[in-house]
Design a protein around this ligand. Structure first.
Ligand code: PEP
Ligand code: MG
Length: 552
């Protein structure tokens, strides 16, 4: 038995084989060949296989997301057959007597650059498609499996680390748990694991090795432990823990339908954070009062190209309708930093967390923003949609956003499209600047939601992706609590509601403090709703409020 000690980021015990996340190796050699005819045949056979793979993906997408979302795979199939593309590959093989892999890779570079340099945005976006089909061809030629997990049965996914875009594309029904060598508790991969309610351990370090692939293991999320080939005593102990956890779950079930009210009668809204329409099942199962953060960028990360207004509208509408009139706060695109989608072709940055991300992209690439705003307003006719904007630092940004939102409303009105005129517009308070000028910002918007993950990173100058800085990342730091208090006071002074949607909102050690500060809403992973309701219902704030507030 090998014990791996890491940091637990989502509770739960699960037994199953370890399966390493595979990334295709795409180093391409400039290899000369003798038999040109055979090499051309090899390329053509690979093209056929790639086309078949795309056909399967098309059918799957058609079933899961409909005609529009599946179209891309057909476009890719056509691109694989494109005469210019194929001629370029075959002439490199024939004229230069070089291998198919090199010919594909060289052609990909030439064509992708050509598209990227075109003026038209649609043609520009084709650059990522050329890279995509070429990557697929290279995988087939080298016999490498596609990135992902190669298993028929559910597994504990192991990796050095996982990018958010890799995590969202995994088949959730095949995942029992996550264990990664690196990673930090506030990384988006950890957040995704919590949203899915899947036990996860990060920071396992070098003890997690590739030869563990396929071995039976057990993951204990709350203890941050993974046992590979567990002995009988460990297995028995963890089976018992799994049993206790399911008994506790059954007890929490009894809290469904109960109000989130303290012993002294103070109410708080308990909402859920989600990343996709599929997460609404967990929101309803855990009896959340609404959705306080729909991280809409995950819809972009799952796609290979900019999702259309219609695709976005359908996703938002589904969530709004399924929540049946409960508030659904949808955050506009927060892409950039660790959340990268190739087709955005964001420039390389020295310091991406402080770079072109979130609202900065939306305000500089307005076509993308307007498409999303139109989809959001259209969905507002089907439920209680509220719109929230991330990474705000200045009043002018909010005014510019409001101007664009008004233009979108006007355009929809002219087109006779139904929408709610009174959609609440709110902002995330996740930069120290926003918290410090929250008195000014409160006069511009309908609500605030504090993003403690980024607020911590920017206040303490601690990169949320860097696990080696854990000892400097005090999430209860007085500077943070003062910024939260300042934001709450300013919100209430100007008559707007405020909540917390960062991971700190679920920290039970701070529930009393948040209640004392008059926080109106906490939005947390669906699985944290009922434990938090239990905590709220057992708290009496009246006797400690003044003391807590005075200490901050
Ligand atoms: C936050 O920063 O706290 C937040 C909720 O947003 P994200 O984690 O998606 O950056
Ligand atoms: Mg954030």
């Amino acid at each position: 038995m090998t014990k791996i000690q890491g940091k637990g980021v989502c509770d739960g015990v699960a037994f199953g084989p370890i399966c390493f996340y595979k990334r295709a190796d795409q180093t391409v050699e400039r290899r000369t060949i003798e038999d040109v005819k055979a090499e051309i045949e090899r390329f053509r056979a690979a093209r056929e296989t790639a086309s078949e793979q795309l056909g399967v993906l098309y059918e799957k997408a058609l079933e899961e997301v409909g005609e529009e979302g599946s179209l891309l795979f057909q476009v890719h199939q056509m691109m694989l057959e494109d005469d210019d593309y194929c001629e370029s590959i075959e002439s490199i093989i024939t004229d230069e007597k070089l291998c198919a892999e090199y010919a594909v890779s060289k052609t990909a570079d030439t064509f992708a650059d050509m598209f990227a340099n075109m003026d038209d945005n649609y043609m520009k976006a084709r650059s990522a498609d050329v890279r995509d089909i070429s990557r697929r061809l290279l995988n087939v030629l080298s016999g490498a499996p596609e990135g992902g997990i190669d298993s028929e049965v559910p597994v504990i996914v192991a990796a050095d680390d996982l990018a958010p875009s890799e995590t969202v594309q995994l088949d959730k029904s095949k995942i029992l748990g996550f264990v990664t060598q690196g990673g930090s508790a506030n990384s988006h991969t950890a957040i995704l694991a919590r949203t899915m309610g899947i036990p996860a351990v990060i920071g396992a370090g070098d003890v997690l090795t590739a030869d563990m692939d396929g071995k039976d293991a057990v993951i204990d999320g709350s203890a941050g432990e993974v046992y590979v080939r567990p002995d009988e005593t460990t297995s028995a102990k963890l089976h018992k823990k799994a049993q206790q956890e399911s008994e506790r779950k059954a007890l929490l079930e009894k809290l469904k339908g109960q109000p989130n009210v303290t012993l002294d009668g103070q109410d708080i809204l308990l909402y859920a954070n989600i990343g996709s329409p599929a997460d609404v099942d967990a929101v309803l199962a855990n009896d959340a009062g609404g959705i306080g953060l729909f991280r809409s960028e995950f819809l972009y990360l799952e796609s290979k190209d900019y999702p259309s207004e219609e695709t976005l509208f359908q996703a938002y509408r589904t969530v709004a309708e399924r929540m049946g009139g409960k508030r659904v706060v949808i955050r506009t695109l927060d892409i950039g930093a660790d959340k990268q989608a190739d087709y955005f072709e964001l420039p390389h940055e020295e310091n991406p967390a402080m770079g072109l991300r979130a609202i900065r992209i939306c305000l500089t690439r307005r076509d993308i923003f307007i498409t999303q705003l139109r989809a959001l307003y259209r969905a507002s006719a089907y439920g209680k949609v509220a719109i929230m904007f991330p990474m705000i630092t200045s009043v002018w940004e909010v005014r510019e956003i409001k101007k664009l939102a008004a233009e979108v409303r006007q355009a929809l009105k002219c087109e006779g499209v139904a929408f709610n005129e009174n959609v609440e517009l709110g902002i995330m308070i996740e930069t120290p600047a926003a918290a410090i000028i929250s008195d000014l910002l409160a006069q511009e918007v309908d609500f605030f939601s504090i993003g403690t993950n980024d607020l911590t990173q920017y206040t303490l100058a601690v990169d949320r992706q860097n696990e080696s800085l854990d000892m400097f990342c005090d999430t209860h730091h007085p500077a943070l609590l003062r910024l939260i208090k300042m934001t709450a006071d300013n919100a209430h002074k100007h008559g707007i509601w405020m909540g917390i949607c960062g991971e700190l909102g679920a920290d039970p050690r701070l529930t009393e403090t948040f209640l004392a500060l008059g926080v109106d809403e906490l939005s947390v992973s669906p699985s944290r709703i009922l434990p938090l309701r239990e905590k709220v219902r057992a708290t009496d704030v009246s006797t400690v409020r003044d003391e807590i507030v005075a200490k901050i």
